[in-house]
Design a protein around this ligand. Structure first.
Ligand code: MN
Length: 321
């Protein structure tokens, strides 16, 4: 999926590691997708004051709705895209020659590295519901050659009261086979009653509510709210009177300041501007996505300011538990 926001914010991904457990609730922001009438997504990350959780730097929750998703070829750099359908099927084509359907329970993972292009179309038009995430690549991998992988069978994590899929990284003793470049976790979990999840205290974590109204670390949450949990936890307690579904995200606090603009993750204005210029010029850097007769999403104009990394501070102090 593309960031189709027609006037994307300049977002600095910077995380100053908190050395303690906290709880802070973040609300999603409704973003209309340009060119796709009646389709909107709930943008959960990045948030003002919360640009990253580990290397996770972008999270859209889309649907459920009955509108076809038609995202024409567009570029990415410096990140991995993680496509996780919850209902419906998405056809992915990219400039590496991939052409696959991804279904609920299956993971599409595209590593952009120095540059790749892809398209994503729901097929057939019907109920569509899913999550799209980006993982920032560390500096030493940001220029790597692009890769694509699909995982149709992922490991199942179980604990008393909880079961689910580990998409990326490791939860407890369960590790996904998907390729990662920094220590992290992403897991889609169903909790019935109450459950306790094992966490790494040196990682920061957050929980997105996919469905239901769970209580997580003592905080009552609703759908599409994100609870940031900080670092320093060895376990996380979740409970609900009904079965609930949550996405657990976590990872080693990301050390770099990043500039995110449109579909690019970089470390300087010049890097982002060069990527934009290369896409607009039809550079071989991004290749060609077959099957679209040259149709593609043009890059928006750069803002009239130099994209300068700057630190974001949180608007309110965390509540220490
Ligand atoms: Mn995309």
């Amino acid at each position: 999926m593309s960031n189709l926001d027609t006037s994307p914010d300049v977002t600095l991904c910077h995380t100053e590691a908190d050395d303690h457990a906290v709880t802070e609730v973040f609300e999603p922001r409704a973003v209309p997708l340009g060119g796709l009438r009646a389709v909107r997504v709930d943008r959960v990350m990045p948030q003002r004051g919360l640009p990253t959780v580990g290397a996770w730097c972008f999270l859209d929750s889309f649907g459920p709705h009955d509108t076809a998703m038609r995202v024409l070829p567009h570029p990415h750099t410096g990140l991995q895209t993680v496509t996780w359908p919850l209902a419906g099927e998405i056809r992915h084509r990219d400039s590496l020659g991939s052409d696959v359907l991804v279904r609920p329970g299956q993971l599409n993972l595209m590593t952009a590295g120095r540059g790749v292009a892809h398209s994503e179309l729901s097929e057939p038009a019907g109920p569509l519901h899913g999550l799209q995430l980006w993982v920032a690549l560390p500096a030493e991998r940001a220029d790597m050659a692009p890769e694509f992988e699909q995982h149709v069978s992922l490991p199942v994590f179980t604990a008393p009261g909880a079961t689910g899929t580990v998409l990326l990284g490791t939860l407890g003793d369960t590790t996904s086979p998907a390729t990662t470049h920094t220590p992290l976790v992403g897991a889609d979990l169903t909790v019935t009653g109450s459950a306790t999840l094992p966490l790494r205290p040196d990682h920061e974590h957050a929980v997105l509510v996919v469905s239901g109204t769970p209580t997580v670390a003592g905080v009552s949450l609703a759908r599409n709210q994100l609870l940031y949990l900080g670092t320093g936890r060895t376990e996380l307690r979740l409970s609900s009177t009904e079965a609930v579904r949550v996405l657990l995200l976590g990872g080693e606090p990301f050390p770099d300041e990043l500039v995110m603009w449109w579909n690019f993750v970089g470390r300087s204005h010049d890097e982002i501007a060069a990527a934009r210029a290369d896409w607009e010029a039809g550079s071989a850097r991004f290749g060609t996505v077959a099957g679209h007769n040259g149709d593609r999403i043009p890059a928006p104009d750069l803002p009239g300011i130099r994209l300068t990394p700057r630190r974001k501070t949180r608007e309110s102090p965390f509540q220490t538990q």
